[in-house]
Write a protein of this length. Structure first.
Length: 583
């Protein structure tokens, strides 16, 4: 009975999603559109009785979706452009929710079949899956037809209306991409239910190949249009129509590029080879940041940028002499602003009480100041009429080549970021890193500077720090002092132990908790050794160490407890000479 009701509701649901109806109101009841099953326990964790109840709830939820979809569809014809867009988004959300709940019905079938076969329910689920698959395929074809109809309006509409046209195409394209993703999810769910997916998978594969070929051609066409319009706007800067068409063409290129990337991602999930198509996309759009690039291409772009710059300097340099002075003034002003930003941001971080390490604080302040200087340099160069696009592209290519050559430096950079992220030490900490002990003085993204106890400055690459053991001596607030004192074998051991404990108890900087330890440790070759381990604050470590060493020596002398020296027994043997022997 559940299964029959499910099929009836689902068929009506998909019919409403794909075919318009009449009547209804724009304002839907939000309580009815809410999904009461979002936070339910997964079906595989529920009992058989709970699964049966869940199936009934799913049917009721789909009925609510049906009612809401009917109202939305009825309102589309009379809705304004903005409300129509909102209604289309709501219908799309209903479509996704309905398909999700149909998949949950399949999960319910799998859960019930763990206990016993469900031939009737399985037959009904198979039928509804087939019906849903048909409507997913129909919806994809319907969306492609709608997009083609809108594209056909381009030559007829005015230039001012082209932007809205491109936005409509982008909206429908996003729905088509989402529908393809739903297609793939539906095939995966069919596989879980042990349905035959070969025909559906073949259809999706063909659809993806056709979609990728179409988008590739449209991207190439959009690039050629953009090049032509950019040339036109350079020749006729006041041509407002050309500028508007250029914006629309760039939006069209971005829309098709995004859609092709989504299509290729789905092809990757299906297991199709997308390497050739991705390489073609990078070459066509000249988006070198999205893929690797040949060295010859990089050298060619860098050479072209340098050539253009040299030609510009020779041709227009004299006319820009005054602007050079302005550039220098801009750089000087931004240098002052950079210093003010550095000081202001440092004070702001201090006042905000953010839990930032000194290393991170210096890095943030330095980065902000450098960004201000970069902005100033860009403004200064713009005064000279330099187009930043080709220059940044050439610098990006050159940076890629230099970065590839300087892999060790990039490794230091990455290690520096890890150090800032995990904060194993901070400025002022006493650390042992890279075989060197010292106080952290400063840090960049490639190296860390230490000051040793004898005031030597040492710079260590960050990759040697992060790839090795880091010992932070002052990371904790408390520290234990490990000391060893030896007495003679002839001395009184309980007395010595009592003297050491009294020294620790009387010292004001030795902490009571954790309690200090005094224990007989080893019997050495010439001494009986005690370990003395008091706990102190990190800042008091050396003061207590030196105080205890001096006090123990004085008290042992007062108590006639000796510090034995290393001893070695030497035995002499004499031999009596025989009578008459030579002396």
């Amino acid at each position: 009975m559940h299964a029959c009701r499910t099929i009836t509701v689902a068929i009506a649901f998909f019919s409403l999603i794909c075919f318009p109806t009449a009547g209804g109101s724009l304002h839907a009841d939000q309580k009815q559109t809410a999904d009461p099953l979002e936070n339910e326990v997964p079906l595989h964790e529920q009992s058989v009785e709970q699964v049966g109840t869940r199936i009934s709830e799913l049917i009721k939820s789909i009925n609510r979706i049906l009612a809401t979809g009917s109202r939305y569809r009825a309102s589309l014809a009379a809705a304004s452009e903005e409300n129509r867009y909102v209604l289309q988004l709501q219908l799309w959300a209903l479509n996704q929710r309905g398909l999700k709940q149909i998949h949950q019905l399949a999960d319910g079938l799998l859960r019930l079949e763990q206990n016993s076969p469900q031939p009737e329910l399985r037959r009904d689920v198979v039928n509804i899956f087939a019906f849903a698959l048909e409507h997913i395929q129909f919806h994809s074809e319907h969306l492609r037809e709608d997009i083609d109809k809108i594209r056909a309006q381009r030559p007829e509409v005015a230039v001012n209306e082209r932007y809205g046209l491109e936005m409509s195409i982008a909206h429908l394209t996003q729905q088509l991409d989402g529908n393809l993703q739903m297609y793939l999810a539906h095939i995966h769910k069919m596989k879980q239910v042990d349905l035959n997916i070969k025909a559906a998978q073949d259809d999706l594969t063909e659809l993806l190949y056709m979609r990728s070929e179409e988008l590739s051609g449209r991207i190439a066409l959009a690039v050629s249009r953009i090049d032509a319009l950019e040339s036109q706007t350079k020749e006729i800067p006041d041509d407002a129509d050309a500028a508007k068409l250029l914006v629309c063409s760039k939006n069209n290129l971005n829309n098709n590029t995004s859609s092709l990337n989504n299509t290729l991602d789905i092809m990757d999930q299906v297991g199709l080879n997308t390497q050739a198509r991705r390489s073609e996309l990078v070459t066509t759009t000249r988006d070198f940041a999205s893929g690797l690039m040949d060295t010859e291409v990089a050298v060619s772009l860098a050479s072209r940028a340098l050539t253009n710059f040299s030609a510009w300097l020779v041709e227009k340099g004299p006319r820009y002499l005054l602007k050079i002075l302005i550039v220098l003034a801009i750089v000087y002003i931004f240098r002052i602003i950079s210093r003010l930003v550095r000081k202001g941001l440092d004070r702001a971080i201090e006042a905000s009480h953010l839990n930032l390490s000194q290393l991170a604080r210096r890095m943030i302040v330095g980065l902000a100041a450098n960004l201000v200087m970069i902005l100033g340099l860009m403004m200064a160069l713009s005064q000279l009429g330099i187009s930043m696009g080709p220059l940044l592209a050439g610098l990006g290519v050159a940076g890629f080549i230099v970065g590839f050559a300087l892999q060790d430096t990039l490794g230091n950079f990455a290690s520096g970021m890890m150090i800032l992220l995990y904060r194993p030490f901070d400025v002022g900490d006493l650390v042992e890193i890279g075989g060197v002990t010292g106080e952290v003085d400063k840090m960049t993204l490639v190296s860390t500077g230490l000051l040793t106890t004898d005031n030597q400055s040492i710079v260590i690459p960050n990759n040697k720090i992060w790839g090795d053991v880091i010992k932070n001596v002052t990371a904790q607030s408390l520290r234990r002092i490990d000391m060893v004192f030896g007495i003679s074998y002839d001395d009184d051991i309980p007395k010595a132990e009592q003297v050491l404990e009294g020294i620790l108890e009387s010292h004001p900087k030795v902490l009571k908790s954790p309690r200090p330890v005094v224990r007989l440790h080893t019997l050495g070759a010439s001494s009986v050794d005690f370990v003395v381990r008091p706990w102190v604050r990190v800042s008091d470590y050396w003061d207590v160490y030196w105080d205890l060493t001096r006090t123990v020596k004085l008290r042992f002398d007062e108590e006639s407890i000796s510090f034995p020296f290393p001893q070695q027994d030497v035995h002499l043997y004499s031999t009596t000479q025989p009578e008459g022997g030579s002396g």
